[in-house]
Design a protein around this ligand. Structure first.
Ligand code: CP
Ligand code: NVA
Length: 304
């Protein structure tokens, strides 16, 4: 049975630590221009049911740099769009390729693919989780602060796939995490249930926006309207979310050396201001770059 990466729960704390170290090493390799081709002759199928810039390009460049090849498959241009099942699609793809990266809607879709795939399936974002993004975020934290465990990290905004994934990271790694979302926009009940069940005193979920800034080391945010949620009620939603914006006034409440992360794409002037995004406390573009390096560490681990 192949090993899949459907959520961070598929990794142990030690494995996450090793991936982050490897990502930093792979970044140095890339900068030095030295060749490193452990995936020579291997192919990754990238299945996209939603748009992507970073995930698509970083996985494709990562496969090329590691000596392999990546194929881009969209639902519209494949038989998925005409109703071929996820199970059959994965059965067939896994007879051609050595790994499958999937970006889709419900987590059950990727779970169906993992059930029949003979090769590793990697989650490139679902409505529930975005584990590859969180690993790039954690790598950025490591680069800036070394050890993650003693830090206070926050996530402010919509209780979406990124909020859910930060909770899974805090469950596994044990750092202090504060999630601040408006009432009615809390993280997924399934994920909150795990927190309740496990009794994790390091994780707080609140509707107080200031709690995501006061004395915090790292502040994360994300779009208020995720892919697939566009449409009705967007205007009201933006009004509700306005107090949850990452701006200079709020950032002043955090530790002096605190920094800000955003998985991107950003909606400048909504969840984050230009001033913060382009300011000295932003590590957002390093974070985006780190998608490439951590993707390589993930691909090496799951496809070698
Ligand atoms: N952060 C992220 O996953 O970006 P894309 O949607 O551009 O892939
Ligand atoms: N929460 C966002 C993340 C985009 C990378 C979305 O799902 O659209």
């Amino acid at each position: 049975m192949p090993r899949h990466l459907l959520s961070l729960f598929d990794l142990t704390s030690d494995e996450i630590g090793a991936l982050l170290e490897r990502g930093v090493w792979l970044k140095k390799m890339k900068r030095s221009g030295k060749e490193h081709r452990p995936l020579k002759g291997k192919t990754l199928a990238m299945v996209f049911e939603k748009s992507s810039t970073r995930t698509r390009v970083s996985f494709e460049v990562a496969m090329y740099d590691l000596g392999g090849h990546a194929l881009n498959i969209t639902s519209e241009a494949s038989q998925l769009g005409r109703g071929e099942t996820y199970e059959d699609t994965a059965s067939v793809l896994s007879r051609y390729v050595d790994g499958i990266m999937v970006r889709t809607f419900e987590q059950t879709r990727i779970e169906k693919m993992a059930k029949t795939s003979q090769v590793p399936v990697i989650n490139g974002l679902t409505d529930l989780y975005h584990p590859c993004q969180a690993l790039a975020d954690l790598m950025t934290v490591t680069e800036n602060r070394g050890n993650i465990r003693p830090l206070h990290i926050s996530y402010i905004g919509d209780g979406n796939n990124m909020a859910n994934t930060w909770i899974t990271a805090a469950i596994i790694l044990g750092f202090k995490l504060t999630i601040s979302t408006p009432k009615g926009y809390e993280p997924e009940a399934l994920v909150l249930g795990k927190v309740k069940q496990g009794g994790y005193p390091n994780i707080t979920v609140t509707s107080d926006p200031e709690a995501a800034f006061r004395g915090v080391d790292v502040i994360n945010t994300d779009t208020w309207v995720s892919m697939g949620q566009e449409g009705a009620g967007e205007k009201e939603k933006k009004e509700t979310f306005h107090p949850y914006q990452v701006n200079s006034k709020m950032l002043a409440l955090a530790k002096k050396d605190a920094f800000v992360l955003h998985c991107l794409p950003a909606h400048r002037g909504e969840e984050i201001t230009d001033e913060v995004m382009d300011g000295p406390q932003s590590r957002i573009f390093d974070q985006a770059e780190n998608r490439l390096h951590i993707q390589k560490a993930i691909l090496e681990k799951f496809m070698s």
